[in-house]
Design a protein around this ligand. Structure first.
Ligand code: ADP
Ligand code: MG
Length: 238
């Protein structure tokens, strides 16, 4: 579950085409990383996959189901943003369980899913706190917890660590890698950090100006970059 295919996907804002015919396949359980310079269309691609932005043309398929025009809530996709967007007046527990409540889950199911997510993210001691009483790293873990309570088929992360300091970035990156192993879910992760890309990815997609420049494993891209642009991003000597 969680195999994603984009076919000839484009996106225009007014007359400006910012995504120019992207073909992409992400395997079930794969950790796929999008890299590329600011403004190349990484967030727009993620937002189209999540259904937060309309696709101008092309199709998005999840497990052989065409979701191109499906409502975001139906997609079984969870997105974690760079800014945590937690509700300040709600406790950690309520921030994490809100989506389950809105989906009409039973109290027992909500408690079980929230306890499981809190335990996976070492948030048990903080469940009754409010976001203002947490550190930046703890807040980002709550944002991740909010995504994993729903056990979606596909996780989308948009530069989730860029607001954290260097030490916390490493710790949280290791935690995301562990979650990926434990959940076995498909993940797409956007970053401009080369170390994050090389250490987390099964597959890296290098984007430039709305076009996929190259797709491959970290080692494939490192050893055989298609051009100097890819080499520059992956850090290989060419
Ligand atoms: P990235 O995440 O790679 O930095 P984005 O996907 O945010 O890039 O943006 C890709 C391009 O689309 C940029 O040129 C950006 O200015 C433009 N863009 C993004 N969102 C909008 C919008 N809502 N309206 C107009 N242009 C937009
Ligand atoms: Mg972005």
């Amino acid at each position: 579950m969680g195999a994603l295919t984009l076919s000839k996907v484009t996106k225009s804002f007014g007359k400006t085409e910012v995504i120019k015919g992207v073909d992409l396949h992400v395997e079930e359980g794969e950790f796929c990383v999008f890299v590329g310079p600011s403004g190349c269309g990484k967030s727009t691609l993620l937002r189209m996959i999540a259904g937060l932005e309309d696709v101008t043309s092309g199709t998005v398929t999840l497990d052989a189901r065409d979701i191109t025009d499906e409502a975001p809530a139906k997609r079984e996709i969870a997105m974690v943003f760079q800014t945590y967007a937690l509700y300040p007046h709600l406790t950690v527990r309520d921030n994490m369980s809100l989506a389950l409540k809105q989906a009409g889950e039973s109290k027992a199911a909500i408690d079980k899913a929230t306890a499981r997510a809190a335990s996976m993210l070492a948030l048990d001691p903080y469940l009754d706190r409010r976001p203002a009483e947490l550190s930046g790293g703890q807040r980002q873990r709550v944002a991740i917890g909010r995504a994993i309570v729903r056990t979606p088929k596909l996780f989308l992360f948009d530069e989730p660590l860029s607001n954290l300091d260097a030490a916390l970035r490493v710790a949280t990156r290791i935690e995301i890698a562990r979650l990926h192993r434990e959940l076995g879910a498909t993940m797409i992760y956007v970053t401009h950090d080369q170390v994050e890309a090389m250490t987390l990815a099964d597959k890296i997609v290098v984007l430039r100006a709305g076009v996929v420049e190259q797709t491959g494993s970290p080692m494939e891209l490192y050893n055989n970059p298609a051009n100097t642009f890819v080499a520059g991003f992956i850090g290989s000597p060419q």
